[in-house]
Design a protein. Sequence first.
Lengths: 114, 114
Amino acid sequence: EDQVTQSPEALRLQEGESSSLNCSYTVSGLRGLFWYRQDPGKGPEFLFTLYSAGEEKEKERLKATLTKKESFLHITAPKPEDSATYLCAVQVLPGGTSYGKLTFGQGTILTVHP
Amino acid sequence: EAGVTQSPTHLIKTRGQQATLRCSPISGHTSVYWYQQALGLGLQFLLWYDEGEERNRGNFPPRFSGRQFPNYSSELNVNALELEDSALYLCASSPGTGRVYEQYFGPGTRLTVT
C-alpha cells in the first residue's frame, strides 16, 4: 500500500529562520511527487511536481528536492505570509489500483512569527 | 484563466438526507477528481472521472457516487448521509493527457450533517 509520512506535524519559525519539511514515501512505482500549500478552509494550492530522484524545483522562498525515499521542502528566510499547511502527495504509475489518485500525507502546519 | 469552481460553498443536511455537490474543471481539463477532507483525517481520494467514465474510486461505500457530464463538469452525490460525512469536499481537475499530472483544486464545499 502506498504511504506518505510528513514531519514534523507542526513547525514554528521566527521570520527569517530557514528550515526544512520532510516527506517520506513508500510506493510501488512513483509517477510524481507533489507539494501543495493549503490555507485554513481553502483548497490546496499547487506548488511543485518532482518526477525523479535528484530533481529540484524552486519558487520564491521555497525549494523542493527529491530522493528515492523522500522529498524535502526547504523554506529560506520565511515570512509570516508563508504560514499554512504544506501537503505532500504521490501519484503512482499506471496499471495498479491506485492509478490516477493522489495519496496525501497528513501535512505540516507551518507558523511563521514576525 | 478561471480555476476549478465548486458549488455550493456550504451545505447543511440532516442525517439520512441526500447531498449533491457540483464541480466545474479548468477549461480544457478532462479529468475530475473528488477528495474528502475530514477533520484530523487528511485528504482521502473518493472518485476519478475522465472523458465521462469513472476510472477509479477510493475506499468509500457505494452511497458515495457521482458522474461527469459531456462538458466535463461533475457531480458528487452522497446518499443516506451520516454524521461522519461532515467534511470539506474538494474537487480537482487535470488535463487528462500528456505529461502534466498536476491536479488543481477548487475551494471546496463544506458539508455539515446534523
